[in-house]
Design a protein around this ligand. Sequence first.
Ligand SMILES: Nc1ncnc2c1ncn2[C@@H]1O[C@H](COP(=O)(O)OP(=O)(O)OP(=O)(O)O)[C@@H](O)[C@H]1O
Ligand code: SF4
Ligand SMILES: [Mg+2]
Length: 367
Amino acid sequence: MTTLLEVRNLVKHFGKVRAVDDVSFTIGEGETFALVGESGCGKSTTGRCLLHLTPPTSGGIWFEGQDVSYMQGPALRQLKQRMQIVFQDPFSSLNPRYSVGRTVGEPLLIHGLCPRKDVPKRVGELLEMVGLRPEYAHRYPHEFSGGQRQRVGIARALALNPRLIVADEPVSALDVSVQAQIINLMVDLQKRLGVAYLFISHNLPVVRHIAQRTAVMYLGKIVESGPTAELFAHPRHPYTQALLSAVPVPDPTRPRNRIPLTGEVPSPRQIPSGCRFHPRCPHVREICRRIEPALEDQGGGCEAACWLLEGNEETIETSFSRDPKGSAGRSRAPLRVAAKRRLTSRLWPSSGPCRSSRRWCLASATA
Ligand SMILES: Nc1ncnc2c1ncn2[C@@H]1O[C@H](COP(=O)(O)OP(=O)(O)OP(=O)(O)O)[C@@H](O)[C@H]1O
Ligand code: SF4
Ligand SMILES: [Mg+2]
């Protein structure tokens, strides 16, 4: 798959708030890449940095092979044509004083993509593409339902034929049945247009359905990433395991394996030393409090940052042997056993969205 977007060591600090702290990932042409994690972990800030809605503190962004990290002026306007955003709240993201025709048509005029006389026709086509009637172009946002407004938001994003859409919680403000329609619409549009999505969401079942690859963020960092199916079937990082274990199982006869997360999410102003997850981790070791683990290749396209995972054993041993009073001298056997147990654990229920049709069904969305 050709790489469309590459983000390297992206950092965004708001004063002392370390919202995004060295994040790297790639998105392929026509791929859906999901960012998940608890509230405040830096998902939206990452998406906003890509679109230059928030200037990054440091790091690099390459789009279609071009360094766009510090683009400005006409070049930035051209870039924004190829990268669009769909916001969480479809009501506040639409101008209430603009008709839908103006909302969707204006970007076409600003970017000179269509002669003025052809704009109404193109707006009608775009509305039809997202399942709305062309005559709705004369209506105003308050005359639509939440789901219809989000369709307008998607039509506006598609107007400029983007190659990438940052979809920031695009369905979380919507009713469950409408969520399913919007997700199916996004999947259909991707098949037709080949557009790639950066899909930001709290909703893990939806992510599992729509994304080919997923990254889990914690306090501004990616702690695990990989192909979605593999990551959900075999979560390596204790934080990913806890997140997935909290997802409702749509079968009352299946035992719940919930892993409780203790304590509050630390403030991004005061990131804990070492592994930033250590104050809440049920497997914390001495090394975790002192040294931050790096993302390590776990095979099968997966990466995770945890001292307990295989590949880190050598580092743990070296570090322990240098540590005179910490955990030095403890046997590594329990570490290996714990890591193996987690690698083979299956926390995800076998039921869920229909994998064969890749359509999201109401039954699984409501489960
Ligand atoms: N403009 C800003 N000024 C100061 N701090 C900010 C600003 N924008 C975001 N933050 C802080 O950066 C951190 C990450 O925020 P962000 O909105 O990226 O989180 P998120 O993962 O999208 O959360 P949610 O799931 O609730 O949308 C938070 O601690 C937030 O308070
Ligand atoms: S490095 Fe340590 S604290 Fe961090 S997730 Fe792994 S076991 Fe837990
Ligand atoms: Mg957000």
